[in-house]
Design a protein. Structure first.
Length: 241
């Protein structure tokens, strides 16, 4: 359903549709016990990119200028509208992904993905292994971020400069951080594979589950809400009154 929501975000084009998606996201965040403001924190790292895109599109997209004098004559109304839509889409995508990852554990995501991709087993697709790789990747993102922060502080304490020089010099100064970070990631991956082999992991062959997924009333409510949202948005975007 998160994938369906992200698809609806790209299909939406009118401000009324965006308002509907924002309201839906606000309600879902509240019902999930995650405040909407907490989900908005994920946009801080890319706030500069969003503002830069807003400025570039305002000047680059051709259309009706806001004024005939000064710098406003180069800013078009169509460019601002396109930039605003792009920023709203980015906000909705990040918020939806934040709600998913903050309310669902990696193990639950792995079980859900494996259950959804179960029909692909007939095509001999390693469903369980693919789902496990995704879960491991999500699990190790905060670990790598924490280790990268420690390496960065260690390099700064040794006198490394990351804020001086031109952009090329700044990029080169990141090499002392990236090299040990990748080396640590490969070391952790090797330790993890050794631990899985020591525990006789053989993929999905003969594997059982301690908790079996069942379709419950909450799932029915969620599916119904997503179908209703999809139907309303399709009517708003593609059905002409």
């Amino acid at each position: 359903m998160a994938t369906v929501f992200m698809t609806l975000v790209f299909l939406a084009d009118s401000y009324l549709s965006f308002l509907l998606l924002l309201f839906f996201t606000f309600v879902v965040a509240g019902r999930a016990g995650r405040p909407f403001g907490h989900s908005l924190r994920g946009i801080r790292p890319i706030l500069f990119i969003a503002l830069f895109t807003l400025a570039v599109n305002s000047f680059a997209v051709k259309g009706t200028p806001l004024s005939e004098y000064g710098i406003l004559c180069h800013i078009t109304r169509e460019g601002i509208e396109q930039s605003v839509r792009m920023v709203i889409r980015l906000l909705l995508l990040l918020t939806g992904a934040s709600i998913l990852t903050s309310t669902t554990t990696p193990l639950a995501l792995m079980d859900g993905l494996a259950a959804l991709m179960r029909p692909l087993r007939r095509l001999r697709v390693p469903v369980h292994e693919l789902a496990m790789m995704m879960a491991i990747g999500l699990r190790f993102i905060p670990v790598l971020l924490e280790e990268g922060g420690r390496i960065f502080k260690a390099q700064v304490s040794r006198g490394a400069g990351f804020t001086s020089g031109n952009p090329l010099q700044r990029a080169r100064s990141c090499i002392p951080v990236l090299v040990p970070l990748f080396a640590g990631a490969f070391r952790r991956a090797d330790d993890l594979s050794t631990a899985m082999e020591a525990r006789c992991f053989r993929g999905s062959a003969g594997r059982t589950r301690m908790k079996t997924l069942e379709f419950s009333r909450a799932d029915v409510i969620c599916v119904t809400a997503m179908l209703a949202l999809s139907a309303v948005l399709f009517c708003m975007e593609f059905v002409k009154m």
